[in-house]
Design a protein around this ligand. Structure first.
Ligand SMILES: [Fe+2]
Length: 238
């Protein structure tokens, strides 16, 4: 086994891998960035996303239970509070994130009944299962690799493709409440992503664990890619 990377080197490895696999390159975002998704397609994306992402508070609670480092615990406690809209940062609003997602679906014309009774797709169930599998069965570092490196920190790049299209093709004004979900995560996840990756790099020392974290990132992205493939298939065959 090679010698371990220091924190700076490991952080660079994580970022290099994330950039090489980045989920923003998925073809569903090519269509979205060109204004080619219907309102129903966009709502389906956000609602399915909400079904697995609404579990992050439970999942981050497992990191808080497993990690002994207080700064890591504080970081996830802050994330959990933000997710539930209990705190706001940098003048941003404090709305529960699940509410932001529902608000967008309503603006896309989806009925309250459908919003509250949406069934998860097979890909969504795979995402949920993967995240619980890693959170419960692996070290806290491996779960942070899946959650922060393999998902949350990629939201910035995704939102960077979606937001211009929401303004230019779908007629939403900057700061309008219907698209709060996208604007909030564009800002919050830059900061969360950086802090999470820095903490992970600082507290992951053995080369074996560092390699395992990289492998978890690869699998987290693969699973999300498959989840998006299924949504894209639904769009093409509508
Ligand atoms: Fe969120």
């Amino acid at each position: 086994m090679s010698s371990e990377w220091n924190a700076e080197e490991f952080k660079n490895e994580l970022i290099k891998l994330r950039e090489s696999l980045h989920i923003k390159k998925h073809p569903i975002f090519d269509l979205w960035s060109q204004g080619k998704l219907s309102k129903q397609d966009m709502a389906q994306y956000v609602l399915q996303h909400s079904l697995w992402s609404s579990q992050v508070v439970n999942l981050w609670g497992i990191v808080v239970a497993k990690a002994k480092e207080q700064d890591v615990q504080n970081f996830f406690l802050e994330n959990m509070a933000e997710e539930h809209g209990l705190v706001s940062e940098g003048g941003r609003t404090s709305t529960p994130h699940i509410e932001m997602q529902k608000k967008f679906a309503r603006a896309c014309g989806i009925s309250e009944d459908k919003i509250n009774n949406i069934e998860p797709t097979a890909g969504c169930l795979a995402m949920i299962s993967f995240h619980w599998h890693i959170a419960l069965g692996r070290t806290w570092q491996e779960y942070v690799a899946a959650s922060v490196v393999g998902n949350e920190s990629m939201e910035v790049g995704i939102m960077g493709r979606i937001l211009p299209s929401l303004y230019n093709y779908y007629g939403y004004k900057k700061g309008s409440s219907e698209i709060e979900f996208f604007e909030e995560h564009y800002l919050a996840d830059q900061e969360h992503g950086n802090r999470g990756i820095t903490a992970l790099a600082e507290y992951t020392h053995e080369r074996e664990l560092q390699e395992k974290c990289l492998e978890v990132v690869r699998n987290a992205v693969k699973i999300r890619w498959l989840f998006l493939d299924e949504l894209l298939h639904g769009i093409k065959t509508n």
